[in-house]
Write a protein that binds this ligand. Structure first.
Ligand SMILES: [Zn+2]
Length: 315
């Protein structure tokens, strides 16, 4: 079913200067923004081929060189760049979405200057608008809002292969987070919901742990239903066992939550600050400021479940 040109996982070295081909119809270009929170950098993906045009997933930060490379990689059959039909942002965080508008502007300039004129329009920026809970640097309004279950299709002609992305709304890491399933090839673009090599931050109020875990269950069901084998995260390498990775992640979260619940039970009058060193005693203290946000998210979910349990007992 998979038409791999290169074996998955793709080459281990991180290249920000060239696109790494993953499939015949899939390129990965990593932005030059490595860091504690971004791992080797944000992975931008290009779905499509010259005959169909391309969908850019997560253009990344507004880095001019990176955006120019994305533009150049999306080639027309006659070798010109800018063959971009849609720009999709998995969510509005600053390492994912700010490149969308300048990339769109590059495309618009090229289309205006093209001789002969090209037979496609300026690509729309798609995704979900940021919720009011988003931090100031994460506000985002797409040209077009995507609906859960919507299909984005490239290549409809009789001689042209078709590439389809199915939109899956997955709140949790961010309220406006979505994942995209590449239907013909059994792949899931997971954005920041599932990562490889780092842990997804769930930062309330835009992040929500109950939503995060419910979205993992949804992804599990969708991957089972559609035979998805591989996950392509926004940070890190391809994950080769999609369902195993999702279940491992959920088990890891619930194990942490059980530990937090035990700490809270032992010190019911405590606070985030007193619970943190006990609940995350296995984690490098330098990570604690970030872990504190996830602790809050777990505490919110634990308290929500306790309220539900109390309501169940009283009825
Ligand atoms: Zn993010």
């Amino acid at each position: 079913m998979l038409n791999a040109l290169h074996p998955i996982p793709a080459p281990a070295d991180w290249r920000t200067d060239v696109a790494v081909p993953i499939l015949k119809n899939l390129l990965r270009l990593t932005a030059p923004n490595p860091g504690v929170m971004t791992g080797p950098g944000t992975n931008s993906y290009l779905v499509g081929e010259p005959d169909t045009g391309f969908i850019v997933i997560d253009p990344g930060p507004a880095d001019a060189d990176h955006l120019q490379r994305l533009f150049d990689c999306a080639q027309t059959p006659d070798g010109r760049g800018g063959n971009i039909r849609m720009i999709v942002c998995t969510h509005s965080h600053p390492d994912h979405a700010p490149g969308a508008k300048p990339l769109q502007a590059l495309c618009a300039n090229a289309l205006r200057a093209a001789q002969p004129a090209r037979d496609f329009n300026v690509p729309e920026i798609m995704g979900l608008p940021s919720a009011p809970t988003a931090r100031a640097g994460s506000s985002f309004i797409p040209d077009r809002s995507l609906a859960h279950g919507e299909l984005l299709t490239l290549g409809a002609g009789p001689e042209v292969p078709q590439h389809t992305l199915r939109v899956i709304h997955t709140p949790g890491h961010a309220a406006n987070h979505l994942c995209l399933m590449m239907v013909e090839d059994g792949l899931l673009f997971s954005g920041d919901h599932v990562l490889n090599g780092s842990t997804t931050v769930v930062d309330p109020p835009d992040g929500n742990m109950a939503d995060y875990i419910a979205s993992l269950d949804l992804l599990d069901a969708q991957c089972c239903a559609h035979g998805v084998q591989f996950i392509l995260p926004a940070h890190g390498h391809v994950l080769v066992d999609a369902i195993g990775a999702i279940r491992h992640l959920k088990a890891h979260r619930l194990k942490r939550e059980a530990k937090i619940e035990a700490v809270m039970r032992a010190d019911p009058d405590g606070s985030l600050d007193t619970w943190l060193p006990l609940a995350y005693d296995d984690v490098d203290p330098r990570i604690w400021p970030v872990a504190r946000r996830s602790l809050l998210a777990h505490v919110e979910r634990i308290q929500m479940l306790q309220r539900q349990e109390a309501r169940g007992k009283s009825t």
